[in-house]
Design a protein around this ligand. Sequence first.
Ligand SMILES: C[S@@+](CC[C@H](N)C(=O)[O-])C[C@H]1O[C@@H](n2cnc3c(N)ncnc32)[C@H](O)[C@@H]1O
Length: 335
Amino acid sequence: MSIAAVAAAILRRRSTSSILPKSASLFHTNHQHRLLSTTRWLQSRTNDDGTREPPPIRVSFTSSAGRGVFATKSIQSGDLIHTAMPIVAHPAASLFNEVCYYCLRRLGAGGDGSEKRFCGDKCEDSAKVFYEVERRANWSAFDDYCIVQGLKYPFLVKRLACMVICGTMSASSLDILQPTTLPSNAIPQMEEEFELLKGAFSNTEIEDEYLTFLTKQWYVDVLARIRINAFRIELSGGSYTDLLNLASASVVSEASVGNAVYMLPSFYNHDCDPNAHIIWVDSVDAKLKALRDIEADEELRICYIDTSMDRNARQRILHQGFGFHCNCPRCKSDD
Ligand SMILES: C[S@@+](CC[C@H](N)C(=O)[O-])C[C@H]1O[C@@H](n2cnc3c(N)ncnc32)[C@H](O)[C@@H]1O
């Protein structure tokens, strides 16, 4: 699948099932913004001479791991393959007031004592419409429940719901991503989360027509996709040395500033000896970089976990966290 085809699939889904608010001014959307927010995921590369070109990748089927990302031409070790902006992102619960609501950059001291949620005007402008929707609702019961239960992904669903209500995102925007198989004992808890999410919008004067997408099925379907496609965001800042460790979507690291779901990065399969990695420098915008020389048509794979563990530990964590038995060459060779 070419990148353009992925974009077209997203646009097709949007045009058939997106909710287009009609009246209330807060929920007015503008088509240009919607299209921009789709194409912004597919960022081109800027060369040293300032010229731009599409990223050297395509999404195609692999022989044993579903869809994957392949190089369309040779890529050199250390090259930036492409950048990616999130579909949806949310700060870690412990950092709600310490990182930017939109880009997850650390916020500086407020100075005037006022509550600061954005690192600057650009982020505030980008998030304004869904931030307003979020502010109308009463999140205390939902937030408390998630914090007490140690849940992080429902916050991404909360953010996505606000984006759908105001029209900046389609309710089906994650449908193209692979879902995980949910254990049946996970469903009752999700139903409880859903009731709290829906309850947050009561007394908000948001008209019912904007909330029709908000069903239990939608909640469960979205969470099933977020569970295997969300990345923990760990910002490297200026002092970043161990690129490979920070490239993993680690399930144990303490350094996360939040979580996010991306489009193209979600198609990268895992390898315990990866040839590419995903990093974050100072914000939620991701960089995909080559870890070694890559030939045209070679599959690009990143690492989802800490690869210093032995084979059994890696297999166990990948199965528990992502629901698959790793078939990478390193695992096959029993290393
Ligand atoms: C984030 S998705 C990657 C894209 C996915 N292949 C697709 O078609 O959308 C993760 C899923 O890809 C598959 N996968 C990724 N790496 C794999 C590996 N090393 N061995 C087997 N399956 C893998 C598993 O089904 C896993 O749950």
